[in-house]
Design a protein around this ligand. Structure first.
Ligand code: ADP
Length: 393
C-alpha cells in the first residue's frame, strides 16, 4: 500500500503521511493557517452576527485585539450610515440565501478611520442543514482603490486638458474663415454704398466665390463638431444606397480642384472603371473629402496620387501625398478624437477629420490604415466591403 493517502475530498487535496490522524490534523493546520494569515481578516460570526473568532489579519486590518472584539456585533465595522440602512443584517441575509455574499465598500477601523474593504461572507451550515454562523474574509483594498482613483483623476485631468485645448483650437478654427468672409462682405457693402458703378460682375463673382468657400469651410467645421457630439452619444448610422466609388472620388476631386491648384498640388487618379457598392453617399463623400483635403494641407506644393480599385472583394481607395508624413509613434493615435500630430501654429485643424473618417469606414464594416515615412509623405488606405454589414453588427 502507498505510504500516504489522499484526502482530496473536502480538504483541497492535501496529502497526509500515514500515521497522522487526518481529521485532527486538518483542524490544527487550518487553525495554524488562519492564525498566521495577516493579509486577510478572517473571522467567524455566530448566526446573529456576533464575532466568534478573530485572526491576526483582522487585528492588523481593523485594529482591535481579539479580547476587545470577541462577542461584539460585526456591524461595528460599518459606517453609521450603512448601519442605519440595515446593511450588515442585509448582507447576512444575502449570504444565507445565496451561500455567499461579496461586497466592496468603506469599513471603519477601531480608530475611526475608514478603509476600502473587499468582503466575502459565507454562510456556514451544519450537516443537519441548520445555520451555524458565518465565515467572513476581509481584505484591505484602500491602496488599490486610491491608485484607481488617482488613475481616474489623471484620466479626467487629461480629458479636461484636451477639451480646453480643443476649445481654444476650435474657436481659432471657426474664426479663421470668418475673418476673410467679414472683410469681403464689408468691402462689398462699402463699394455698393459709395461707388456702386465700379462694381464689375467679375469682381462680384470673385468675391462671392471667396465668400462661398469660407462659408463652406465654416459649415464643414460645424458639421464635424456636430458629428463628434452625436458620436459621443452613439454609433454612427449609415444609410446605404447604390454608389459608384470611382465617380464619387472624381466628384470630390473636381470640387476641390481650385483648392488643390491653390495648394500647388497636381492630382493624378488611377481608376479602372466604376466600382459599384452600397454605401452612404454623403458619409463616403465626407471620408474621401477628409483624406483629399488632408493630403493638400500636409502635402502642399507636391503631387497627390489617388487610386481606386477592388482588392480581394473589397473596394480600396488610396490617397497618397508627398508631404510632411507622420512619425511612427503618432501613426496609431491620429485616428483618435482631437488628436493632432502637428503644432497648431503651423497647421489649422480640429483633429477630428480622421476620427470621423474612421467611424464612417467602420460603420460600413471597412477599415482605414496609414503608411508613412516622416518627410516623405503619407498614404491613407480605405477598404470597404461592397455592401455594409446589416445594422446592429
Ligand atoms: P486635422 O487635420 O484637423 O488636425 P485630422 O483628424 O484630419 O485632423 O488629422 C489628425 C492628424 O493627423 C493631423 O493633425 C496631422 O498631424 C495628421 N495627418 C493627417 N493627415 C495627414 C497627412 N496626409 N500627412 C501628414 N499628417 C497627416
Amino acid at each position: 500500500m502507498d505510504d500516504s493517502h489522499d484526502l482530496a475530498s473536502g480538504t483541497g487535496g492535501i496529502t497526509y503521511t500515514r500515521g497522522m490522524s487526518p481529521a485532527r490534523d486538518t483542524e490544527d493546520q487550518l487553525r495554524l493557517l488562519i492564525a498566521s494569515v495577516t493579509d486577510y481578516a478572517i473571522l467567524t460570526l455566530d448566526e446573529r452576527g456576533y464575532i466568534a473568532s478573530w485572526n491576526p489579519g483582522a487585528e492588523r486590518i481593523k485594529g482591535y485585539r481579539a479580547e476587545e472584539i470577541l462577542g461584539q456585533h460585526f456591524s461595528r465595522f460599518y459606517p453609521p450610515e450603512d448601519v442605519a440602512r440595515g446593511k450588515p443584517r442585509w448582507e447576512l441575509e444575502q449570504a444565507v440565501r445565496k451561500g455567499r455574499f461579496e461586497d466592496e465598500g468603506w469599513r471603519v477601523r477601531k480608530d475611526g478611520t475608514r478603509f476600502w474593504a473587499n468582503v466575502v461572507i459565507t454562510a456556514l451550515f451544519g450537516e443537519d442543514g441548520l445555520l451555524r454562523g458565518f465565515g467572513k474574509v476581509t481584505r484591505d483594498f484602500t491602496q488599490r482603490k486610491e491608485a484607481e482613483e488617482q488613475r481616474e483623476l489623471d484620466r479626467l485631468r487629461e480629458a479636461l486638458r484636451i477639451r480646453d485645448e480643443f476649445l481654444s483650437v476650435a474657436s481659432h478654427e471657426l474664426k479663421t474663415p470668418l475673418t476673410p468672409l467679414q472683410l469681403r462682405l464689408t468691402s462689398l457693402q462699402r463699394t455698393l454704398e459709395n461707388n456702386p458703378e465700379s462694381l464689375s460682375g467679375e469682381r462680384l463673382a470673385r468675391d462671392l466665390d471667396v465668400a462661398n468657400r469660407q462659408v463652406r469651410k465654416l459649415a464643414d467645421l460645424i458639421e464635424d463638431l456636430l458629428d463628434v457630439s452625436r458620436l459621443s452619444v452613439g454609433k454612427l448610422l449609415v444609410e446605404p444606397e447604390p454608389v459608384d466609388l470611382t465617380a464619387l472620388t472624381r466628384e470630390v476631386l473636381v470640387r476641390y480642384g481650385p483648392q488643390a491648384a491653390q495648394a500647388g498640388c497636381l492630382i493624378d487618379v488611377e481608376a479602372p472603371g466604376p466600382i459599384e457598392g452600397r454605401w452612404d453617399r454623403r458619409r463616403l463623400d465626407q471620408a474621401v473629402t477628409n483624406l483629399v483635403t488632408n493630403a493638400m494641407k500636409y502635402g502642399a506644393g507636391k503631387p497627390i496620387h489617388v487610386r481606386v480599385g477592388v482588392d480581394e472583394g473589397l473596394a480600396v481607395l488610396r490617397v497618397r501625398d508627398e508631404g510632411i508624413g507622420i512619425a511612427p509613434e503618432h501613426q496609431h493615435r491620429i485616428f483618435e478624437r482631437f488628436m493632432r500630430a502637428v503644432s497648431e501654429r503651423n497647421y489649422g485643424g480640429l483633429g477630428l477629420g480622421l476620427f470621423i473618417t474612421q467611424q464612417i469606414v467602420e460603420a460600413h464594416g471597412g477599415s482605414i490604415d496609414v503608411q508613412s515615412q516622416p518627410g516623405q509623405g503619407a498614404a491613407f488606405i480605405l477598404r470597404l466591403p461592397l455592401a455594409p454589414p446589416p445594422r446592429g453588427n
